[in-house]
Design a binder for this molecule. Structure first.
Ligand SMILES: Nc1nc2c(ncn2[C@@H]2O[C@H](COP(=O)(O)O[C@H]3[C@@H](O)[C@H](n4cnc5c(=O)[nH]c(N)nc54)O[C@@H]3COP(=O)(O)O)[C@@H](O)[C@H]2O)c(=O)[nH]1
Length: 862
């Protein structure tokens, strides 16, 4: 009591009703544990205390606003320590205490407060703490703030709220019969004095001095006041030392938190279990949406997951498939065995995903191709891998792939391999020939006059012909050989495993070429039309003639061109020299147009002589190209080129015009003229303008039409059966003579010939060449002459070179001759000089030589 006195000091101290610590009596006087404790100190220190009556929520703001010097009853918190200074020595220990109505079910933990209305004191630390706890554990409560403890606890009484939280030191609960404590306690805290930060440090130090002193003195005002106010509210310190109370409170707090965590975990486990079930349902739904077979097997080979497609595939109901073993699945669907073949490899710890394609029979018996992917996976609960299998039905895409590959390698019209596949086959064949010492052959086949068939009969007919050619070619070759179409009218036959001796291989290839020539030359029936077609074939024996696929095809092409230029419907084996010929052909092709424009063509005449007295009666007009640098070029060389690019039409018209005007000239000059034979190309025959052109010429020149003889080859007639019969009939109507050239080289039948309006047959010089002596040629000549006579046709033998041939032909009753024995093709001047002097003598004796008088009479008659 004799402590140092300090000068009188005025203190504004917060006063609020929190019995029994701070009590505002009915009469306005102040009492309570802290009030008396502080007044005892004040008395000793000579402080003049001014108690400022407030509600708790106003206390801190007014302190910070320096309207108060001291708060005498406040729980410590880190937040508050930011702006308040506390004394050190705890006066009391308080904690959060939840109260409920006496009739209410007592909540055992904080979770039981979920959804309840709870009263808190505004700015009071326990209310704030409870809110934080509820946030932390996601417990939703409706917190209602009150200004005073009395109001908050009164709200329980009136059942306005279900519970209230306050400091345990506040005794309303004890004298309120409607309220009871719950086991929910939390947050033990020291109850201290506080001032605004950095304002009254000396005051707090003085308070600490007293509290430290009094707490070690059992008879001090501290213990006297505790007895007076707090008996029954807080435990006796003698029975429970402060550390024990703290420890117990901490333990209770920890237990409380542990209980909360346990509850929370239980809640979370329940939620996670639910989530997992939801997820698993979702996964099932999702994998059922995937249109592929999906299933997962565990280490024991049991199905832990499977979708609808997997169930359908194995033929097991969806509800029964999970839990089935591999054996069950295979029992249901024995064909599925190879799906599981590699499963054991995947169960190794270091296993990787595998992918494979399998062909398998479905339960319905249909064959499918599956792309099987197997992926090992390790779950959290198992150290050995499980396997997810995904089976994608790729049957359709495989089929498309096959079709696309087939389309890429085959010609759509004939279904034969195309150039791509052919190249591959030749490539492989070349490798084998090198390894085993074999030879191979490529036969390049090009149809003769196909373009004109296409142009005259239409593309449909052309396509049908190509299909028929393809069919015929396939019947000729062996299995293992390739028939392919390069495009247009070009085919290639590739022969494998021929003799290692190139000569022998060549003989076989030539035999097959002959067979092809013969087979393709047989009559075709295209949409009801009889049609003839021939082919020219170029042969390459590899590796002798070329050692890579490109060169092989190119050289076979060259040989084919050569065969074509030699007169078509034949084959030629590649020779180096042919390449020159092909280059030359290209050069000539270019120059031919120029030649026509520059009138570089000339006509030679080869006389035709009668058997009775070797009289000259007519001549064949034979075209020559007078090239500026090369001299005379043979028609055998340039006519095929002119036919290919259709230049033969203007060239042929030029020849006809020259001949007609020459006849007119002879008639006018000499009064008579021999007949002149003009060769017609197949391209001219197909040209619809031919008849009108000749008619126009005859009209213009007014020559007797029988002096113009038109010569077509037998093969042309065969090719153009339908067209040529019509054209020849129309030409015949004009009065011109018609003759068949090269007779005997084709395969025409007598019946067919009878349908044609012919005047003359010309025996091909290839037969004349071998007589007398060759029995085959003799038979043919005899037959042709006999046949001509039977049909009332004239017959002429061409290529007569010797007296023996002439004698033989005379003996066989041939009446007309042409050939080097008499004359080669000669110039106009030579012809006139040699024959015209005597020609007039023949005029009267030979009706074929037309006299001008007769001619004039004829024309005059017109
Ligand atoms: N479409 C057209 N074709 C024509 C025309 N002019 C000629 N030709 C055809 O060209 C081919 C080659 O003719 P060419 O080189 O003139 O040969 C002819 C004669 O020279 C040859 N011949 C005649 N006699 C003999 C002989 O005794 N020996 C022998 N080795 N050769 C001989 O024959 C050719 C005449 O043949 P052909 O026409 O079959 O009567 C040839 O096919 C001509 O048709 C033309 O204007 N248009």
């Amino acid at each position: 009591s004799d402590l140092n006195k300090e000068p009188k000091r005025s203190l504004r101290v917060a006063m609020f009703n929190a019995p029994p610590i701070m009590v505002v009596e009915q009469d306005g006087t102040n009492a309570g544990f802290m009030v008396e404790l502080l007044e005892t100190m004040a008395e000793k220190e000579g402080w003049n205390i001014e108690w400022v009556n407030l509600n708790w929520p106003e206390v801190i703001p007014k302190t910070l606003n320096h309207e108060l010097d001291l708060i005498p009853f406040i729980a410590y918190s880190e937040d508050r320590a930011q702006y308040l200074d506390y004394n050190e020595e705890g006066i009391l220990t308080g904690w959060g205490q939840v109260y409920v109505h006496k009739d209410a079910l007592v909540p055992q933990n904080i979770i039981a407060l979920s959804g309840k209305k709870i009263a808190v004191i505004k700015n009071e630390v326990y209310g704030i703490k409870l809110k934080n706890l509820c946030d932390l554990f996601i417990i939703e409560c409706d917190f209602v703030e009150f200004q005073t403890y009395k109001q908050a606890l009164g709200a329980i009484e009136s059942k306005e709220v279900a519970a209230a939280v306050t400091s345990n030191l506040v005794s309303y609960s004890h004298d309120n019969p409607y309220i009871k404590q719950t086991p929910i306690v939390f947050e033990p805290r020291k109850v201290l004095f506080a001032t605004a930060k950095n304002t009254n440090a000396d005051l707090l130090a003085t308070i600490d001095r007293y509290t430290k002193l009094w707490r070690f003195d059992g008879s001090s005002p501290y213990y006297q006041l505790k007895d007076k106010y707090l008996k029954g509210i807080i435990a006796e310190e003698s029975a429970f030392p402060a550390w024990l109370v703290y420890t117990l409170l901490i333990v209770i707090g920890l237990l409380f938190v542990a209980a909360l965590v346990a509850l929370l975990l239980k809640k979370q486990v329940k939620k996670q279990t639910q989530d997992l079930e939801d997820q698993s349902d979702k996964i099932r739904q999702i994998i059922n949406l995937v249109p592929h077979m999906i299933f997962a097997t565990n280490t024991n080979g049991k199905l832990i997951l499977a979708n609808r497609y997997a169930a359908d595939f194995f033929g097991i109901p969806m509800s029964e498939i999970e839990g089935c073993s591999q054996k069950d699945l295979i029992d249901h669907h024995p064909n599925s065995k190879n799906i599981f073949e590699d499963e054991s490899l995947l169960l190794r710890r270091d296993a990787h995903a595998i992918q494979k394609e399998i062909e398998i029979y479905n339960v319905d018996g249909s064959k499918v191709t599956l792309n099987i992917s197997k992926v090992p996976f390790i779950t959290r609960f198992s150290r050995t891998p499980s396997v997810v299998t995904v089976g994608v039905d790729i049957t359709d895409s495989k089929e498309y792939e096959r079709q696309i590959q087939h389309m890429a390698q085959h010609d759509s019209l004939t279904e034969l391999p195309n150039r791509l596949l052919l190249n591959d086959r030749i490539h492989q064949s070349l490798a084998l020939t090198k390894r085993y010492g074999h030879s191979g052959a490529v036969l390049f086949i090009d149809l003769d006059y196909f373009k004109t068939i296409n142009d005259s009969l239409g593309h449909m007919a052309g396509d049908t012909l190509l299909q028929k050619v393809a069919e015929r070619l396939q019947t000729i070759v062996r299995e293992g050989d390739t028939v392919s179409r390069l495009g247009g009218d070009e085919f290639i036959v590739q022969l494998n495993q021929l003799s290692g001796d190139p000569k022998k291989a060549e003989r076989v290839a030539c035999k097959i070429a002959e067979k092809i020539n013969f087979t393709l030359a047989q009559e075709y029936n295209v949409s009801g039309n009889k049609l003839f077609s021939t082919a020219s074939i170029g042969i390459v024996i590899y590796p002798r003639d070329a050692e890579n696929e490109e060169a092989i095809i190119q050289r076979a092409d060259t040989a084919m061109y050569y065969a074509k230029s030699m007169g078509r419907n034949r084959y030629a084996v590649f020779k180096k020299a042919m390449e020159k010929a092909v280059v030359r052909k290209h050069v000539l092709e270019k120059e031919l147009r120029k030649a026509l424009a520059e009138s570089r063509f000339i006509i030679r005449y080869q006389p035709q002589i009668t058997q009775d007295g070797n009289k000259f009666i007519g001549a064949e007009a034979l075209l020559r190209w007078s090239h500026p640098t090369e001299g005379i070029i043979s028609p055998a060389e340039f006519i095929p080129i002119a036919e290919e690019n259709h230049l033969i039409i203007p060239i042929g018209e030029w020849v006809l015009k020259q001949v007609c005007y020459q006849i007119k000239h002879w008639l006018e000059q000499h009064g008579y003229s021999p007949f002149i034979t003009v060769n017609l190309s197949v391209v001219q025959i197909r040209n619809s303008d031919l008849v009108s052109y000749i008619k126009k010429l005859l009209d213009q020149t007014k020559i007797p039409p029988q002096l113009l003889e038109l010569e077509v080859t037998e093969t042309v007639l065969l090719h153009e059966a339908r067209v040529s019969i019509d054209i020849l009939n129309e030409l015949k109507k004009l009065g011109v003579k018609l003759s068949i050239d090269d007779f005997g080289t084709g395969y025409s039948s007598l019946t067919y010939l009878k349908k044609l309006p012919l005047d003359k047959l010309k025996i091909d010089r290839s037969f004349v060449k071998d007589v007398p002596g060759d029995p085959d040629s003799e038979t043919i000549i005899r037959t042709v002459i006999g046949m001509s006579l039977d049909m009332g046709l004239e017959v002429i033998a061409e290529g007569v070179e010797t007296k023996e041939q002439l004698d033989y032909l005379i003996k066989e009753h041939c009446s007309l001759f042409q050939g080097f024995y008499f004359d080669p093709p000669i110039s106009l001047e030579q012809l006139e000089e040699k024959y015209f002097a005597n020609l007039h003598k023949s005029v009267t004796s030979n009706p074929k030589v037309v006299h001008l008088e007769n001619y004039s009479k004829r024309t005059n008659k017109k």
